[in-house]
Design a protein around this ligand. Structure first.
Ligand code: NAP
Ligand code: GDD
Length: 363
């Protein structure tokens, strides 16, 4: 019998990598999707013809749909990755964020109980380094106190504690992975790393003039998403449910990410100025490439995340340095250089077609 996994957030960055990993491991994979006005699910489109891959409509804000999916699939493992996952957006839609990111976790846990599979189904909760927020110690590990610093982080804190509560109260196998930032060529375009890698590719190919960012000094522990989903799976293969910090143990600033991304597209930058007046300048041409705008400042910003992955390394045998920071930036930039080149080619073909139509050389 194939093991059955249910992934909420399957259309997201992590969900798509995790679905691939579980299919490779021989699982029957079920994903929860939301109805959207545009039906193309780009990150999982290549999986949709796989006989072991099944999609179900549902929404974490709708307990009936969650109950129905869980009751129908009766999975051996649930990976709860669905979330309104953008920290800045959580300041604009705090109530919705709380509903999905906090109460959504409770809906999954209760559905598993009500469907009578609490003793058979293992649950992974996508927890986050944002819990450390206004950090109380550096680096952060499983024992570092939490200090959430955004509506998103406060909601994730509820998710973390309710998972722990169900573990203690009902003896359920449920655990949280406290994942530090992890990025990839599939990262959403409004997260800072992808915003930078795409802008570097567009600027290098003449499709964008400038990149406007917020806090350049924010420090993050950035890893590669493909490596991190492996750790999610490892957590559910243990005898005992436990929470783990998943991080690389290396820290870089947004400014450093920029310098490296632009270097990979052949633009040598240097930064000068302070705060809102800081600029990233092309060493060869003197052109201003990067500027700062307070539009991208957050009411409260998390600025010093650095994880200690010792527990995951020792207990799960997980390798936190499989993909280096340099390699991660290179993967993202190379992908985006190709993506932008493809878009330009398509644009040129369209222009050529329009010209030909106007000249009457094609129909
Ligand atoms: P992502 O790319 O933003 O994906 C989020 C997923 O959640 C998407 O599939 C989205 O569906 C789905 N979703 C959003 N609201 C939903 C709702 N109401 N009902 C059902 N599905 C909903 O996020 P990610 O980077 O893959 O992150 C995965 C999880 O890990 C999230 O919970 C995030 O908070 C957490 N996390 C991420 C990181 C990181 O650095 N990436 C670090 C720590 C924790 P649509 O495609 O329909 O929008
Ligand atoms: N998004 C964005 N856009 N962030 C910027 C910008 C910008 O133009 N300029 C500077 N930053 C700074 C932010 O202020 C923040 O300190 C840092 O870059 C990282 O921002 P994001 O890439 O948006 O990620 P995040 O760290 O806030 O949240 C991500 O990681 C969390 C784990 O720590 C998300 O994936 C969360 O879902 C996840 O929990």
């Amino acid at each position: 019998m194939k093991k059955k996994a249910l992934i909420t957030g399957v259309t997201g960055q992590d969900g798509s990598f995790l679905a691939e990993l579980l299919l490779q491991k021989g699982y029957e994979v079920h994903g929860v999707i939301r109805r959207t006005s545009v039906d193309f699910r780009s990150r999982i489109a290549h999986l949709e013809n796989n006989d072991s891959f099944h999609l179900h409509y549902g929404d974490l804000s709708d307990s009936m749909s969650i109950m129905q999916v869980i009751g129908k699939v009766r999975p051996n493992e649930i990976y709860n990755l669905a979330a309104q996952s953008h920290v800045q957006v959580s300041f604009d839609v705090p109530e919705y964020t709380a509903d999905v990111v906090a109460t959504g976790v409770l809906r999954i846990l209760e559905a598993v109980r009500i469907c009578g599979i609490a003793d058979k189904c293992k649950i992974y909760q996508a927890s986050t380094s944002e819990l450390y927020g206004k950090v109380e110690a550096v680096p952060q590990d499983e024992n570092t106190p939490f200090h959430p610093f955004s509506p998103y982080a406060v909601a994730k804190q509820y998710g973390y504690w309710i998972v722990k509560e169900y573990r203690d109260a009902y003896n359920m196998f449920c655990c949280s992975g406290i994942l530090f930032n992890h990025e990839s060529e599939r990262r959403g375009e409004t997260f800072v790393t992808r915003k930078i890698s795409l802008a570097a590719a567009r600027i290098a190919q003449g499709k964008q003039e400038k990149l406007i960012l917020g806090n350049l000094s924010a420090l993050r522990d950035w890893g590669y998403a493909k490596d991190y989903v492996e750790c999610m799976w490892l957590m559910l293969q243990q005898q005992k449910p436990e929470d783990f910090v998943v991080a690389t143990g290396e820290q870089h600033s947004v400014r450093e990410f920029c310098l490296l991304a632009f270097k990979y597209v052949g633009i040598d930058l240097y930064f000068e100025g302070q705060g809102e007046n800081e600029k990233g300048i092309d060493k060869d041409t003197g052109k201003i490439i990067v500027e700062v705008s307070p539009v991208f400042y957050r009411p409260t910003d998390v600025v010093n995340l650095l994880g200690n992955p010792t527990k995951a390394k020792e207990k799960l045998g997980w390798n936190p340095t499989k993909t280096s920071f340099k390699e991660l930036v290179r993967i993202m930039v190379e992908h985006d250089m190709e993506q932008v080149a493809r878009e330009r080619l398509e644009e040129n073909i369209d222009l050529y077609k329009i010209e030909a139509l106007e000249k009457g050389t094609v129909e």
